[in-house]
Design a protein around this ligand. Structure first.
Ligand code: AMP
Length: 376
């Protein structure tokens, strides 16, 4: 294993070649590191930017060996990477985050149970492994509720809202009886998230709290600073730090919260940079991808200070349907920063890019962001 800190010139690896991997790759290369990406997709957004793109599956033993031998350290951009692949890689190089933490958060049943066991408030939930669990589960959560698959769900996919025992039974049958979590529907006042990094010594650097708006289960807009009371923002920061500490986490992670009845409930943990942290790219002294490089390399974590209020808007593939997007309108504004991910094919719901609107006045930033969101 290479000695820490890993300095520019070293080769870093990333599992997954989507937009998060791309922005990690750009940050790492900007800082003088070489980057190797493992992703089966020949046109992966990160592969386009990397020094080397290994086109292979995440369980391909040969590719994992090659990656582990070529890289001083490897990280991941998505939670569904098999924990076994991380264990295999760790034989040859530093791996962060570790397989144990990823194994917990990549499985919604394990994640929810872990949160409850460690004293973190969540929406009421029940584990559903077979039809016999449905009745007691529904008693625990009440209706309406949401049935969510334990593995491989994202952006609201693999979720069914159910209002009765009959609907619940039908939804579970439609999911072919795979392991699920049933969650009571909470009355959302807001959703907020905290992106943070934790180093090997247990020191945390936390980014400011983001307020998030979703549409159809997909993040639409992040507003920073979040428009919540200071005490609530501080509690979110403290809870996120505690989640990372109790997981023994090393690297960048995000904790998403619901605000309901004035209280914070942990919704999800992501073992990687997060869409709701894209505002850091233009509005913070260090962005979440540089922070990922720093944590991976064992460097001191960067300054997370917010330099300007900011509103981040996601650009989905839907925009391409009616002759858009109108980049000229967007780029006419000197305080809007555009980030596109190099994806060739636009599909509804596919994340193609995002833009950050910066303004000393948050209300002005929000109004321009809304305006551009309509016109784009
Ligand atoms: P998830 O994939 O679990 O983050 O769910 C996607 C979105 O659905 C969340 O960001 C919320 O807007 C909404 N949602 C999920 N679970 C609940 C819940 N238990 N109560 C109310 N809204 C929810």
């Amino acid at each position: 294993m290479s000695k820490l800190p890993l300095l520019p010139g070293a080769t870093l690896g990333i599992l997954g070649g989507g937009q998060l991997g791309r922005m990690f790759t750009i940050a790492a290369r900007t800082m003088g590191y070489k980057v190797m990406v493992l992703d089966p997709d020949p046109q992966s957004p990160a592969g386009q930017m990397a020094d080397v793109h290994l086109q292979a599956d995440y369980t391909d033993h040969g590719a994992l060996k090659k990656l582990g031998e070529a890289c001083a350290a490897v990280t991941t951009e998505f939670e569904n990477v098999p924990a076994e692949s991380l264990i295999e890689l760790a034989k040859n190089c530093r791996v962060s985050p570790g397989a144990d933490a990823v194994a917990i958060v990549q499985d919604r049943s394990r994640e929810k149970s872990w949160l409850a066991d460690n004293g973190f408030a969540t929406a009421p939930f029940a584990l559903i492994n077979n039809e016999a669990d449905l009745e007691a589960g529904a008693k625990a959560t009440g209706f309406p509720a949401i049935l969510k698959v334990s593995r491989f769900g994202y952006d609201g996919k693999g979720q069914f809202r159910v209002a009765s025992a009959e609907e619940l039974k039908a939804a579970f049958a439609e999911l072919k009886g795979i392991a699920c979590v049933l969650e009571g529907f909470v009355n959302l006042e807001r959703e907020v998230s905290v992106v943070l990094a934790r180093d090997d010594a247990g020191q945390c650097a936390l980014f400011p709290v983001a307020e998030n708006r979703h549409e159809n289960g997909i993040l639409d807009v992040s507003i920073v600073p979040a428009r919540v009371a200071d005490a609530l923002a501080q509690t979110a920061i403290d809870m996120a730090r505690n989640v990372a500490g109790k997981l023994g986490y090393v690297g960048v992670m995000a904790v998403e919260f619901f605000v309901a009845d004035g209280k914070l409930l942990v919704n999800e943990i992501a073992p990687r940079p997060h869409n709701s942290g894209h505002y850091t790219l233009d509005a913070c002294a260090t962005d979440q991808f540089e922070q990922q490089v720093r944590a991976l390399c064992g460097l001191p974590l960067g300054d997370t200070r917010l330099l300007s209020p900011v509103v981040m808007v996601n650009i989905l593939g839907d925009r391409w349907v009616n002759g858009g997007p109108h980049w000229d309108k967007l780029l006419a504004h000197p305080n809007i920063k555009l980030h596109l991910y190099g994806k060739e094919t636009a599909r509804p719901g596919r994340k193609m890019g995002h833009f950050n609107v910066l303004d000393a006045n948050l209300d002005e930033a929000l109004s321009l962001a809304e305006n551009m969101r309509q016109k784009l």
